[in-house]
Ligand binder design. Structure first.
Ligand SMILES: Cc1cc2nc3c(=O)[nH]c(=O)nc-3n(C[C@H](O)[C@H](O)[C@H](O)COP(=O)(O)OP(=O)(O)OC[C@H]3O[C@@H](n4cnc5c(N)ncnc54)[C@H](O)[C@@H]3O)c2cc1C
Length: 423
């Protein structure tokens, strides 16, 4: 009998975790798994700010090679751009991306997992290329690191915040709120750790920095109680705070102009953009009107049950947080094992999508913060902790992740959250 073919698009947090977890249930004799990514490595994005403030190149410290890790599981890796999906014929078009000039090719599947993340739409922000800074990948991380360590910052005002996020409504599950910003952990973390960096380099501190948000409340997904605590602390330290800015209209040499008509003077502008779905997804019947993939709580598309999504590409991932993608990846692996008959229905369905915000952030000086909250989705949990232990957890998670080749067992993840809550 022909082997079942599982095609996983994207080899970052969501895709790698799914590929590796499926092997808990099915060997390479049972199913044929292929992962496709345009890059040959995973970049451990959440630790980019930490490495940059430490003066390190994130591309030398945060890359995990995909092919060799997947090969140990008997899983294939193809380095290629995904260019289209033919849902009716169960085929995906690719363009190999190792060398320019490659010919387009087609892959077929029985199960398809879309874990391609999103475009971070800096190109939609006027003036970003000339005047903006950010920390979302190796290129921008290094650009900002050189700016800081070359002494280009002259001590003027700093603005840190997000552009407006555009979420789809079609097929939205009731318990998923509408967000104005895609992910506001990074601006909060950047503000806290940059303030420490400025103090340590005698270039200022929190008073130089204004944090802004398009929403009524920054990091609203963390829960009102947690945000109130954060704002009280930040206000006490001297940070400025501007809310309801609606969107970034334009970045100029002297500052930022916002959609609500206000502007902020800033020498340094650190921006987190809109998280936008990939163009080839827009218009597919599995997607909402913006291009995020619609799923149910099994992370399965209701109209195409052989199609799953996880991580930032899924419409239900709000905010766009790696920890949410981690949980979804575990669900996808178990649902596929259920479909193929390697896990019984009751066991697989024990774990369905039930979002929680879990975030470990760096604050500089060896301290970190920890947020665990589900109140935005109607739950009761709202925990904020700070201290050295949470920095150690953040750094420790990266080490464990690399040591285990991107496969952090779900029990270990739960243990980390338990420790975060209790300590
Ligand atoms: C600065 C920063 C800090 C963050 N900190 C945290 C944190 O502390 N905790 C946390 O939980 N989350 C954090 N996040 C969010 C987290 O990084 C994302 O939620 C996570 O990376 C999403 O994982 P993913 O696998 O869904 O998508 P991605 O990580 O975006 O990966 C998508 C993959 O698909 C590939 N790809 C994309 N398009 C194509 C294509 N057409 N063809 C082939 N391959 C393609 C890409 O190369 C990539 O490997 C942070 C984000 C940023 C920007």
């Amino acid at each position: 009998m022909a082997q079942v073919k599982i095609l996983i698009l994207g080899g970052s947090f969501a895709g790698l975790q799914i590929a590796r977890h499926i092997r808990d249930y099915m060997t390479s004799d049972d199913v044929d798994i292929t992962v496709v990514d345009r890059k040959s490595y995973l970049l451990f994005i959440p630790n980019i700010p930490l490495e940059v403030f430490d003066g390190k190149d994130p591309n030398t410290t945060l890359q995990l090679p995909l092919a060799s890790i997947l090969d140990k599981d008997g899983t294939h890796f193809i380095q290629a751009d995904v260019t289209g999906i033919d849902l009716d014929n169960k085929q995906v078009s690719i363009l190999p991306s190792e060398r320019p000039g490659a010919a387009a090719d087609v892959l077929s599947y029985d199960y398809l997992v879309i874990a391609l993340g999103n475009r971070l739409a800096f190109d939609k922000i006027e003036g970003f290329a000339e005047y903006g800074q950010t920390l979302t990948d190796g290129f921008y991380g290094n650009k900002f690191r050189h700016y800081l360590y070359n002494g280009d910052y002259k001590g003027g005002p700093i603005a840190i915040g997000s552009a407006r996020f555009h979420q789809g409504i079609k097929g939205k599950l009731d318990f998923i709120p509408e967000a104005m910003a895609a992910c506001e952990g990074p601006p909060v973390e950047t503000a806290l750790s940059l303030a420490s960096w400025l103090e340590n380099h005698e270039q200022g501190g929190p008073k130089n920095i204004t944090i802004f948000t398009p929403a009524k409340l920054i990091a609203e997904d963390a829960g009102e109680k947690v945000v109130a605590q954060l704002l009280e602390l930040a206000g006490g330290m001297g940070f400025g705070y501007k809310n309801n800015m609606r969107d970034i209209s334009r970045i100029t040499k002297d500052g930022i102009e916002f959609a609500n008509g206000e502007s902020l003077e800033a020498e340094l502008k650190i921006i987190f953009p809109d998280w936008v779905p990939h163009a080839f997804l827009i218009g597919l019947p599995i997607c909402d009107e913006t291009g995020f993939v619609i799923t149910n709580r099994e992370m399965r598309n209701p109209d195409y049950p052989e199609v799953f999504a996880a991580g930032d590409a899924a419409a239900v991932t709000v905010p766009k947080l790696g920890s949410i993608g981690h949980h979804q990846s575990y669900i996808v692996a178990r649902q596929i094992a259920k479909d193929i008959g390697y896990l019984d229905v009751e066991e697989a369905d024990k774990e369905l999508y039930n979002p929680e915000v879990i975030c470990y952030g760096d604050m500089g000086n060896g301290k970190g913060f920890y947020i665990h909250s589900n109140s935005w989705y109607g739950g009761e949990t709202q925990i904020l902790k700070m201290g050295k232990f949470y920095y150690d957890l953040k750094v420790g998670f990266k080490s464990t992740y690399f040591m285990m080749g991107g496969k952090v067992p779900h029990w270990q993840w739960k243990l980390g959250t338990w420790a975060g809550d209790k300590v």
